[in-house]
Design a protein around this ligand. Structure first.
Ligand code: ZN
Ligand code: ZN
Length: 263
């Protein structure tokens, strides 16, 4: 996949894959490329980046949301091998999961920063990690929200993600499937709890609170392979779209999703 000239001035995003086995999201303003998390091992990440026509050396930064394995696995190896700066909160660093990296920058929750032309706002989310954040991006006057790994739609999250033009949104589990599924009871309680992951119905509630008027793209992400099905996530969100279902897509564990440009 190569850069198309008409797309180069847009805020764009894509996924290398999403789900409990690994997450990695690409965000670009046409000049800057950042990877949000890398839950894939280094070789696998290289292979997946190549499918987007990208080499790890083209990445300006890796932004880390939190230290869980499905987000951090490949970050240290990639950063060390290709000298990519890693942006992370002090809490994520203190988890000790990253290892040494050649260059890191502190992310301070709620404090905006920029990487070249890409503006970034880290937002605190309720999740059971040391100091988890999710990110809101701005470039060319457009806003993208990346919002996964949260146990419930807190007021703070709703305020922080209002007015986005596109949203990558966690639809982790279907409550009934989680209930009757194979997870041990304590894990069910963790996933379904206030500091775990967002259920399809909570994603729908969050979207309703945010308002859908401006949203050109909504991507159902971090879908559990054990406790959810893409059809159930789509079924939960479709009624909110007033018939315009073309705005809704699903991010798969295997293939993520292709570049999306925000007009
Ligand atoms: Zn997590
Ligand atoms: Zn996760």
């Amino acid at each position: 996949m190569t850069d198309q000239p008409q797309a180069s001035l847009a805020l764009r995003f894509a996924s290398l894959g999403s789900g409990s086995k690994g997450n990695a999201t690409l965000v670009s303003d046409g000049e800057t490329y950042v990877l949000v998390d890398c839950g894939f091992g280094m070789r696998e990440a290289e292979r997946r980046l190549a499918q987007f026509g990208l080499h790890p050396r083209q990445l300006d930064a890796v932004l880390l949301t939190h230290e869980h394995g499905d987000h951090i696995r490949g970050v240290g190896p990639l950063a060390r091998r290709y000298a990519i700066p890693v942006y992370l909160t002090a809490g994520t660093w203190l988890s000790g999961r990253l290892g040494e990296v050649p260059h890191h920058e502190w992310v301070v929750p709620q404090s905006r920063f920029a990487i070249k032309g890409l503006e970034i706002e880290p937002v605190t989310v309720p999740h059971d990690a040391r100091e988890p954040v999710q990110f809101r991006f701005r470039a060319h006057g457009r806003h993208l929200g990346v919002l996964t790994d949260l146990g419930h739609p807190s007021e703070h999250v709703i305020d922080a993600f209002r007015g986005c033009d596109a949203l990558i949104l966690e639809c982790n589990h279907d409550r009934h499937m989680l209930d009757v599924g194979p997870y041990p009871r304590n894990l069910k309680r963790r996933v379904g709890g206030h500091w775990g992951h967002l259920a399809n119905v909570q994603a729908a509630e969050l979207l309703t609170r945010l308002g859908l008027d401006r949203l050109q793209r909504i991507v159902c992400s971090h879908i559990s392979e054990e406790n959810n099905r893409p059809e159930l996530a789509l079924e939960a969100l479709t009624p909110l779209l007033s018939g315009d279902e073309s705005r809704l897509l699903v991010s798969a564990q295997e293939h993520g999703f292709a570049w999306q440009s925000i007009a």
